[in-house]
Design a binder for this molecule. Structure first.
Ligand code: G4P
Length: 535
């Protein structure tokens, strides 16, 4: 194996997904601690604050104590080069959160053991599942009172439609959380409470060693023996192929805060998860080992530095090696270029880098030329990666400039912000150019939009909330067919036909019921939940 191949093979690029407060930050932090990327706990949270202070509109996130933007962190562990894509878990997350998942090759889903599957987990899971990437589950907070582990696994299967395979099994919970039973090695890992140290003190002991009953108590021991029997009899077989295709989720129990089961989880996860996955470009499949460099843009971050009003385009390297000296070809701009000031995030630090390999995420200074989904490749081998899907917003507003004289600035600003991917904009045949329907995934983006239009474009907004919560793309088999008109469709009062700025037609709905009503009454109408991508 060449050095180039081994560099790529040792890369692991994954996202951590969870509902807010399940322990995603704590778990990420423990990973970074084990990798030596940070020296003490608390630095990841600290980083959010430092970053928020770098630009004005991020003041909003600081004030609300949340992070709107997703970040990427790279660190080394046990020979692996790990890229963690952090997805904001707050209620006000944005479409960026979904798009970040497009750059990941697998996902770690953190579940609060007392709460089980929650709303945000469900949404993020759905996006991972549609790409069939491996999904690993970490059931966290076992040091607290929890729900029954069997019940939790059943809920995962029922709610998310994925099979589960418990890799380890918890022994007790709360103060009585003694450790886990490792099913593969048929051994118990007994933990001793240790909140501050890097890793928990763990002792391994055979399940049929008489000393185990002394260690965890008679009652726990016999319960464990019963549960192991139940597990072995009832659960499906472990099948690595099904894990690789996101059909079977390996489940681990532990506690991020007390370090119980975290390092064994990290090690197992790294062993099982995939090296950089290939990506589709039409008929072609671009493999990570292809010699030529290629990457796609999945996120654009404006105003990283207010003084320069700059934007950073984040791209995922799909194949080859990125060399800052070499020219690349930007397909959408039809231009050769050198990517300037490529950066990488290393835990709390932002670093200028000289090289990167398939699997890595790099941030490139963007003078306003990149859009979400753009392809960069070698000048000698041109192709286009399949587009990144557009995700349905869930909140809608009708907006215009209060001052009608500022229509031009208003439209320019709105279009620019939409191009960055923070919002989606729509029009109806009845509204003129002065009025726009804007849709967002999380309501915080409305505040961001208003703030940015005021500070960057000097436009004060008139806003009117709309009752819609669902958006569906109208699928046209025949691309040349005449666009649909509202009168062609049977629509209830709470549904509306709109168009995006690329000419796609979409329907807005106030309820799930309404979607069903429309699908049942309009034969031949095909609606899609995601826009613009093939899977
Ligand atoms: P998030 O990123 O998913 O939103 O969750 P985060 O890690 O910030 O954790 C949310 C809260 O849950 C934090 O407490 C954190 O300390 C706690 N927590 C995380 N993992 C565990 C665990 O394994 N066991 C227990 N008992 N608690 C856990 P907080 O009080 O909200 O924040 P902080 O003051 O501790 O920072």
């Amino acid at each position: 194996m060449t050095q180039y191949e081994s560099e790529i093979k040792r890369r692991r690029t994954f996202a951590i997904i969870s509902h807010p407060d399940a322990g995603k930050t704590t778990l990420t932090e423990k990973f970074l601690l084990y990798g030596g990327a940070i020296a003490q706990a608390g630095q990841v949270k600290g980083k959010k604050n430092t970053r928020a202070a770098t630009s004005d509109w991020m003041e909003i996130e600081k004030q609300r104590g949340i992070s709107v933007t997703s970040s990427v962190m790279q660190f080394q562990y046990d020979g692996f080069c790990i890229n963690i894509l952090d997805t904001p878990g707050h209620q006000d997350f944005s479409e960026d959160t979904y798009r970040t998942l497009m750059a990941a090759d697998s996902a770690v889903m953190v579940i609060d053991a007392a709460k089980g599957v929650e709303a945000q987990t469900r949404k993020l899971f759905k996006v991972c599942a549609m790409r069939d990437i491996p999904i690993f589950t970490f059931v966290n907070k076992m040091d607290r009172e929890t729900r029954d582990p069997f019940e939790l696994c059943e809920e995962l299967e029922k709610e998310l439609g994925i099979d589960t395979y418990a890799m380890n099994w918890p022994i007790g919970c709360g103060k009585e959380f003694k450790g886990v039973y490792d099913r593969q090695n048929r051994k118990v890992i007994h933990f001793t409470s240790n909140t501050n140290a890097k890793a928990a003190t763990a002792t391994e002991i055979e399940v049929n060693d008489p000393a185990l009953a002394d260690l965890i108590g008679e009652a726990k021991h016999s319960q464990l023996v019963d549960e192991i029997e139940l597990l072995d009899g009832a659960s499906c077989d472990f099948d690595m192929e099904r894990v690789r295709h996101g059909k079977l989720s390996p489940v681990f129990f532990g506690s991020a805060l007390t370090n119980f089961g975290v390092e064994p989880f990290l090690e197992e996860f790294l062993r099982m998860t995939t090296a950089p996955l290939p990506r589709r470009a039409g008929e072609q499949v671009v493999d990570c080992f292809d010699e030529d460099f290629s990457a796609f843009v999945f996120k654009i971050q404006a105003n990283m530095n207010k003084a320069h009003r700059d934007r950073i385009a984040f791209m995922r390297v799909v194949s080859g090696r990125f060399d800052a000296e070499k020219e690349v070809y930007h397909m959408q701009g039809a231009k050769k270029m050198r990517l300037s000031r490529p950066q990488q995030l290393m835990a709390a630090e932002r670093e200028i880098i000289e090289e990167a390999y398939a699997g890595d995420i790099i941030g490139v200074f963007d003078p306003g030329i990149f859009s979400i989904g753009d392809t960069l490749c070698a000048p000698s081998k041109k192709f286009l990666f399949d587009p990144i899907p557009t995700f349905a917003p869930e909140h809608f507003m009708r907006i215009r400039s209060i001052d009608t004289m500022k229509r031009k600035q208003f439209l320019k600003g709105v279009e620019q912000i939409a191009q960055e991917g923070a919002i989606q904009i729509f029009k109806t045949p009845y509204t003129g150019m002065e009025e726009v329907i804007v849709g967002v995934v999380g309501t915080l983006q409305f505040d961001v939009l208003e703030y940015r239009l005021r500070s960057e474009y000097n436009v004060e907004l008139y806003k009117e909330g709309l009752p819609y919560e669902y958006l569906r793309w109208v699928v046209r088999e025949d691309e040349d067919a005449e666009p649909l008109k509202e009168e062609d469709l049977l629509l209830p009062n709470d549904a509306k036909l709109v168009e995006d700025y690329k000419g796609n037609q979409l329907l807005l709905f106030a309820s799930q019921w309404s979607i069903q009503w429309v699908t049942e009454r309009n034969k031949g109408l095909v609606l899609a939940e995601f826009g613009g991508a093939k899977f």
